[in-house]
Design a protein around this ligand. Sequence first.
Ligand code: 13P
Length: 286
Amino acid sequence: MYTTLKAVTGKAEELNYTVGAFNTHNLEMLPDMIRAAKDQGAPIIIQTSVDTAKYIGHENLVAVCEVMATKELVDVVLHLDHARNFDDIKEAIDKGYTSVMYDGSQLPFKENIMKTAAVVEYAHAHGVSVEGELGTIGGTEEGIHVAEHDKIYTEPKDAVDFVKATGVDALAIAIGTNHGQYKSKTKVNIELLKKINAAVNTPLVIHGGTGVKEEDIRELIDNGIRKFNVGTELLVTWTKTAQETFGASKVNQSLRYNIIPCNEAVKEAVKHKIELFMNKESHTNL
Ligand code: 13P
C-alpha cells in the first residue's frame, strides 16, 4: 500500500521495530530498493531531497512508488527529506508525496515551532505526515558541510514543548549522529535518547544512519527510534559499483550491463539494513 509515515511508524511502535528510510538519488536504484523491502516483508520509506525530487520529477517518483506498492504488496512511503522552504513542501504534497520533513533546526526555537506548525496544518489537511527537527545534526547534507561548532544536541524539555506546539508526526533528534559519515562510525548519546524518549510519545527519527554502528541499532530501536535514515551508504555503494562497471565496459554495450550490478548492490545493502531494523519475534506477524 502507498501509505504515510504516521501509519508505518505507528505499526513499528506497536511491534518495536524501526522503519528504514532510504535516500534515492536516481530513478535507476529505486525499484530495487522497494524490492529489498518486499523480500524482507517490511515497510519502506523512500526519501528524496528537494533537488533530487526536481531532478527526477515529483510525479515520476510518486508513480513508481505508488505502482510498486500496489503491485508488489509493500507498504511504501514517499518522503521529502530536509525541506526548508514552504513552497517546496507544498509542491511535494500537491504532487503526491505522503510525508514531508520541515527542517527548521537552524532557526530560533520559536520560529522553528511557528513554521513547522504551519507545515503541519497544510500537510494534515492533505492527509500527509510531517517530520520536524530539533537540534542540529552535523556532517554534510548533500555535500554542504554543517560546522562542528553549530552542532546542538536536542534538549528533552524542548522536545516536549516542540511536539506539543507543532503536532508533528515524527521528530528528528540530534544525539551525536552526522550526515555523510561513511569512513568512520559515531558515538551516539543513548542516555540523551532515553531522556527524550521518556519525555515524548512521538516517534523519533535518527539521521546520519550510515555513521551508526550496527551494534547500536537494537538499543536505538528499544528507545523509540521508529524511522532510521540511511543515505550515503547507498550512494557510495552505487557509485563505487558504477566506477567498476563503467570503467570496464565497452562504450556501445547496453547500459543495463553497467547499471544492474549497481542496483543489485544497493538492494543487498537495503536488505541488510532492514534485517537489523526489524524485530525478529514480531517479523512473522507483519
Ligand atoms: P546518511 O547519508 O549519513 O546515511 O544520512 C541520511 C540522512 O539522515 C538523510 O536525511
